[in-house]
Design a protein around this ligand. Sequence first.
Ligand code: HEM
Length: 217
Amino acid sequence: MGCAISMLLDNRHALKKVYEELDNHVGKGRLVNELDISNLVYLQAVIKEVMRLYATFSGYREFTEDCIVAGYHVSKGTWLIVNAWKIHTDPRVWDDPMEFKPERFLTGHKDVDVKGRHFELMPFGSGRRACPGINLGLHLTLLILASFLHAFEISTPTNATVDMCQGFGDSNKKSTLLKVLIKPQRPLNQQPQQTHTPILQDQAQRPLKIHSSTVHP
Ligand code: HEM
């Protein structure tokens, strides 16, 4: 989430497009809900692009038998740690690989998803030990980011670029704190009310009612 906000602050044209998309598909009169997410295609592209550049953690594997991989002998017991960042920034696959360009997921790479089927982008890993929380993680990331940006205009205190230096560790922690100025998109005493019933859709696309009370933000 921090990387997504940082990237949007450093790429104001992308931030503007996210705000436009939220205006067009959600509007000012209500809150974002989970059914909006499928319409927020630019925001989805933003998250994929953030994951391409920053979700580069990979699980470890151990060879259970001697193998030949790409002509190399690998002994049983060897540990394998995949360098997902290298794959995600391979210039043979990605144009301008170090640039933040969400648009690539609306054009040339529009059919590439993050669910481990496309080996050029594997923020959740791949195969039998891939992350079992893919759908929850992806959905929550989109819902939280959409709700936050729908509620607040964001900027930096000095308009300086965000320091993206990384700290040490398995997950991609930033080494410095992200400082963000937030301004409510509307006066605090005019917050919209959630007037519809929140629903989830099950596999068969039948609306599944979970509760019917009015939710006050
Ligand atoms: C954006 C959010 C998330 C990202 C980027 C992420 C990423 C990953 C990655 C890269 C792995 C290693 C996969 C591999 O070894 O090939 C993993 C494993 C795992 N993740 Fe996630 N994850 C996320 C959210 C979640 C959530 C929400 C849950 C649970 C509710 C979860 C549960 C797990 C578990 C249990 C494993 C270990 C699976 C195993 O070793 O068999 N993750 N995750």
